[in-house]
Design a protein around this ligand. Sequence first.
Ligand SMILES: Nc1ncnc2c1ncn2[C@@H]1O[C@H](COP(=O)(O)OP(=O)(O)OP(=O)(O)O)[C@@H](O)[C@H]1O
Ligand SMILES: [Mg+2]
Length: 293
Amino acid sequence: MHGVEFRHVSYGLGARSRILDEFSLTVGAGETCALVGASGAGKTTVLKLVNRLVLPDAGDVRVLGRDTREWDPIRLRRSVGYVIQDVGLFPHLTVADNIAVVPRLEGWPEDRVAGRVRELLELIDLAPEMYTSRWPDELSGGQRQRVGVARALAVDPPVLLMDEPFGALDPITRRQLQVEFRRIQARVAKCVILVTHDMAEALALADRIGVLDEGRLIWCGTPQAIADADHPRVRALVESLVPASQVRLKPDTTGGPAKADTTGGPAKADTTGGPAEADTLGSPAKAGHYGSA
Ligand SMILES: Nc1ncnc2c1ncn2[C@@H]1O[C@H](COP(=O)(O)OP(=O)(O)OP(=O)(O)O)[C@@H](O)[C@H]1O
Ligand SMILES: [Mg+2]
């Protein structure tokens, strides 16, 4: 299994103060799963479980087929890129040196590092000759975020975690980066878990969306299916976050599920090849197991 699998994961002290409760989810290679939910729902905690910043109290988390308890934490973190909102670039390092941090920790020779930095700058659409030597405070917010993505991808980790990666940006830059994310993900095909407050962003970027509510996965399915979800809390979330007029579902000519598109960009091809997952959960207490791979 080349992705991430959560199996009945609970985390947090005591049954009454569970931060995550019986959380089960599988995200496969090449798949982007967005996690949405209110502040405090447990989204960041889900990401921390993946790179073993925390260990589950019950259940298990498997990354690339191995339980996080069995991973060497350093090796695990090299296999998992992490992009965090606003945080991240070392201010005293140039763009190139920021991107090169993990490759150098891995002992790459300098010519390989330089080649990788150039390749990544091209991937994120920043001309290497202009940006290699810049300092983070000489970049726009959107450019900084892109460099953060490049840094997370530097040693080509199979898994990419993104926690509100575009949250601090103005709407236009945000949309540009969303389009860019789709382009990059189409090329690198990582297992991506993307946390966002923004349902429109989830609809635009994700193959599947998981809705967290007080530590429970109350719904998980395709962007198309969420428009028809009948779970009342999911409906309330969809309606509060996306005015109906903004959600445009594009038919998918491949016969797969249609892809919700709020960016105005081209419809995203369904790369999972799987059937539409219109599965909703009757009860929040019974968060089930959603596999894609
Ligand atoms: N180290 C900690 N100790 C105790 N409680 C914590 C700790 N970290 C997080 N929590 C609690 O766990 C719950 C989930 O936190 P988490 O950061 O996962 O939420 P979130 O969904 O990412 O929220 P936001 O959208 O605001 O970032 C919150 O109620 C939070 O207060
Ligand atoms: Mg958070």
